[in-house]
Design a protein around this ligand. Sequence first.
Ligand code: 26Q
Length: 794
Amino acid sequence: MKDIAVTAPSDSLADAILIHLKYAFGKDAEHATLTDWRMALSFAIRDRIVDPWFASTRETYAKQGKRVYYLSMEFLIGRLLEDATVNLGLMDDVTAFFEERDIDAAAVLEDEADAALGNGGLGRLAACFLESMSSVGCPAYGYGIRYEHGLFKQSFEDGRQIEAPEDWLTEPHAWEFERPESSYEIGFGGVVKDLGGRAVWQPSEVVIARAYDTPIIGWQGAWANTLRLWSARAPQVFDLEAFNAGDYYGAAMPENVARTISRVLYPDDTTDDGKRLRLKQEFFFTAASLRDILRRFESEYNDLTLLPQKVAIQLNDTHPAIAGPELVRLLVDEKGVTFDSAVEIARGCLGYTNHTLLPEALERWSVDLMDDLLPRHMQLIRAMDAGHAGRHPDRATTLISDGHVNMGPLAFTMAHKVNGVSALHTGLMKETVFEELNRLHPNRIVNETNGITPRRWVLSANPRLSALITEAIGDGWVGDLEKLRDLEPMADDASFREQYAAVKRANKVDLAQYLAGRGVSVDPDAMFDVQIKRIHEYKRQHLNILQTIALWQEMKDAPQGDWVPQVKMFGGKAAPGYVFAKEIIHLINAVAEVVNADADTGHLLKVAYPANYNVSLAEKLIPAAEVSQQISTAGKEASGTGNMKFALNGALTIGTLDGANVEIRELVGADNFFLFGMTASEVVSRREIEDHASKAIADDPRLRRALEAIKAGTFGERFQSITDNLSGADYFCVTSDFADYWRASRVLDDAYRDADNWTRMAVLNTARSGWFSSDRTIRGYMADIWGAKSLSIG
Ligand code: 26Q
């Protein structure tokens, strides 16, 4: 249906902003607050997204294109306004508009709260994918949960992490459209009745899932997809009977209970498995999404066997793995398809992405809980398990074991393709966790190395570098990042290097100013060394801080020595229940306090740990970084995506052969990457050596001295859980990798002394990292997994 010829958004962006300011927010320019300006601008920008958004939908219907549905518990989006403005090519207009009025445009953009609907890498990947799917014109929907509270806010008290609830939705929010007409009843619990051979699930509890749509505009406004987030509410808002009986609180109970489901994002907490509410969240958004997908499909087609030709559903880890059983249930119980055909149809649609091999992070749900909450699904899972057993009688892998449903194997068996997120990780999937399933289904596992969107992580986050690149090679790189290769010859051009170095220097000055505002003063001439990511033992922030302690000790021994002045920066949150990770945070802050107050070494070393690391802080840190710390225990980091952002922005990596570091090193060249540490297989054999940790400590006087200082109380508390762990089991091989890490760090210091050659290496990192665009990753998924084609609205 053609929409009515309503007037197009006013040609002048300035007029549009002022009209919204006046008529939507009731303000004139003299009295507008930053938030008024931000909202007026957002509406003016949003207006310009709506037409391409409608056009994209129409084009998908017209071409009967295959649609991709990306199901993810997390979308770590950050701010949207700048992204949308940049993608529409309107940033210069916006800057000019505010300049004319003497208003700080950056402050207007920064007034927007981060949408922090994710924990870390997995959620940020989903956000990069949304942007890239729109940029390459892949017809797609993101489906997730509209959490009222995103990831908790972090602050430090006496160096310890304190969590506070996050509140993004209490700020005016410009981007979503509520869709009351797209609501579904989602059931839980109850019983399964057998009505003449037909199973009928009669849930005991029902909540409503209501859709909220956010348009996601691609590069140059070429296409727009939808992020559809579900919010939970009660079928009956109000218990009138209770109210009339005088129970005013009780009357609001149904609404409160139902809303709990979309109230808060679970912080990645490997220790808190088995949480009933978490399982309810998973089923809630998965079931609502599948109903929506089927409704859309049935509005166009009436043959369910066509589903795999028209619908691709990607599971972002196992969090939506209940999609397998739920889709089978819908097909069998509601559409009358046979069980075997339903399984085949579902498998034809589903793909599963694995993001971790850590055994404690592989989801398992107790059969008792599942029987209680999802009785019909549990029946179907038993039937699937039996089917699998029937076809592979000798198999050891089961969907159900020790009273638990194994969500990894469930997702694997219900998907036609299963992918890892870096070459190394995919290889390890085949050798370890999915060894047997890979043998039974040899072509199912594929690799899709992660990527990042260049629009957010270079073009908007690093405008100075972007301008320099565009001046050198034109602007084609933004939509085709491999074009950065054209910069390679310029690594040998002294004047280009000088300009490149000037960009980095200016970004460092900006960051130094920002940090000063947060109470840390750092010298922009020092080397900026950054480790930003969730705090986790396998990521080994404690290896970094131990090396920092050892360096400080040697600097203090000889403060007049020829040291490379440096700032060690950290950023990241620990899961609230992860006690050891919180101890690491405390240690870093304790070291920072002592080191930063040391007058002997003040000109040489500073430690900065700004609290509440999030997407917006990453956008400030990465463009200013010179050293990227990617030091996980080999075999543990599935991919990493921060590592790619740093390389593109010209930071040199010091890292292990883990995740996508391996591919970064291959691409940028071993000479331009500081490698250290054991390989994944060396790690496995090292652990078998009893006392590997105490041996490593005995062999390394620097490590010993650093640990002794901690134990002696140099940093206040004695951090016994950390020192005990490191001299005991040291599962993550911090001590064994320490000596080589120290060596590589000094090689890196030496390299930094030759500023011009350092810049040469940095330019080569930028020039050779174009492959890490998430556009490339998305095209890979489209070709290898989804069988989807790009469309365009020309
Ligand atoms: C599980 C159960 C209960 C509550 C929370 C969770 C949970 C939530 C989030 C478990 C895991 C996550 C997130 C995992 C994650 O971010 N993995 C990272 O994914 C990135 C994208 O592929 C990779 O680059 C990283 O290497 C990987 O660690």
